[in-house]
Write a protein that binds this ligand. Structure first.
Ligand SMILES: Cc1ncc(COP(=O)(O)O)c(C=O)c1O
Length: 382
């Protein structure tokens, strides 16, 4: 191999190190009395007995692996059951399961928009969506985060030659925990007639009737052309799904998306665990007001303690620190006390907005919230 790639790689790593942005991979063992607010298991379903039992039963029945692409023999009855359940949950005619949210977004956004189309995306949408859009060769314009006036201006400015306009958003944003006015977006769709793709990764379970998400709660799920959701966050499993108003989209992706066609399918255990988790979401949904009020109260108390925290009721609580190295050091001090928080730096978030990302769980009690505040105060004092 020529030495050139090695030099380039070493220079890239050195540059990241110099700016305090080098990423580290560390082993996390849940066994040691750590309060983990760095994951996305918002409803604590990854350890729910019914979910674990379903995963075990599917493994015994179908094996530990699906052992093939879905178009060969990887699509088992538990995958089919999950698909049907998801469609029923969202009152959608067609759905498809994917190995991860990343691949689902990449497949949808690289295949549906094409050269000659325009994609308008919220400035903060997830990397997987941007990665797909860039592959599509459609023109990408980003509107200011949650700024629907800016979105409307871009819709008005779109050239008549632009074949189709796609609008792309998350319903709950992964790093900020905030959300757009989805009803107003549906109103813009009624006026301008775009193709609407909404990623509900962080809203599923926490919001909506039976936990079906924020679009359903806002009464505008029918306006979305594609809904993307993950199985690996509130549903406590792994993998993802897409739901379509037009069943042809499912057929089209089955026929064209390499991520679907050329990859061993999601393990049966993951599909079965997700189906059980959806049932648990249904049972738990009456408690949504409690966990959402707890999020809102916690944010208020953090703000009263002097932290930079936005108001809201989602499970994602960003605590802005600003400087990347300070944020990492802060995260290390919290971990030393037994609190694991997400630490997020550029390029994942904009320069100067490095933050702790605290993801809440429905099972946190008042005393846990007090403990977290104490941990933060102690870590701040150094
Ligand atoms: C908004 C959003 N979409 C998609 C994904 C990717 O999902 P997965 O972890 O299943 O690949 C994430 C992951 O963090 C996300 O935050």
């Amino acid at each position: 191999m020529s030495p050139e790639p090695h030099k380039r790689i070493a220079a890239t790593l050195e540059e990241r190190r110099a700016f305090g942005l080098l990423r580290r991979l560390s082993v996390f063992d849940t066994g040691n009395n750590v309060l983990n607010l760095a994951g996305n298991d918002y409803l604590d379903l990854a350890r729910d007995p019914a979910v674990i039992d379903a995963a075990c039963a599917a493994t015994r029945r179908y094996g530990a692996s699906s052992s093939a692409s879905p178009l060969i023999t990887g699509y088992t009855p538990v995958h089919r059951e999950l698909e049907d359940l998801l469609c029923f949950w969202h009152h959608c005619p067609a759905g498809l399961i994917w190995n991860s949210g990343f691949t689902a977004n990449q497949a949808v956004l690289s295949r549906l928009p094409q050269k000659g189309d325009l994609v308008l995306a919220d400035r903060l949408v997830h990397h997987s969506m941007i990665s797909g859009i860039l592959q599509s060769r459609a023109r990408l314009q980003r509107y200011r985060h949650l700024d629907l006036d800016h979105l409307e201006t871009l819709l008005q400015q779109a050239a008549p030659s632009e074949r189709t306009i796609f609008v792309v958003t998350e319903s709950v944003f992964s790093m900020d925990g905030d959300y757009p006015d989805l009803r107003a977006m549906a109103g813009l769709k009624a006026t301008y007639g775009f193709f609407w793709i909404v990623d509900e990764a962080h809203a599923t379970g926490w919001y909506g009737p039976a936990g079906a998400g924020l679009l359903t709660e806002s009464g505008c799920a029918e306006a979305a052309d594609v809904i993307v959701g993950t199985l690996g966050k509130a549903l406590g499993s792994q993998g993802a799904y897409t739901l379509f108003r037009d069943a042809n989209l499912r057929e089209f992706l089955i026929n064209t998306a390499g991520e679907f066609i050329y990859s061993t399918y999601l393990a049966p255990a993951c599909a079965a665990a997700a189906s059980a988790a959806i049932e648990r979401c249904r049972e738990l949904s009456a408690r949504q007001p409690q966990w959402r009020a707890a999020s809102s109260d916690f944010r208020k108390s953090l703000a009263a303690d002097g932290w930079r925290v936005p108001a809201g009721d989602s499970p994602i609580v960003p605590v802005t620190i600003g400087d990347a190295e300070q944020t990492m050091a802060f995260g290390d001090r919290l971990a030393a006390q037994g609190l694991r928080a997400g630490t997020v730096r550029p390029p994942t978030v904009p320069e100067g907005s490095s933050r702790l990302r605290l993801s809440l769980k429905r099972t946190l009690r008042d005393e846990d919230y007090l403990r977290i505040r104490n941990f933060l105060t102690i870590a701040y004092q150094g």
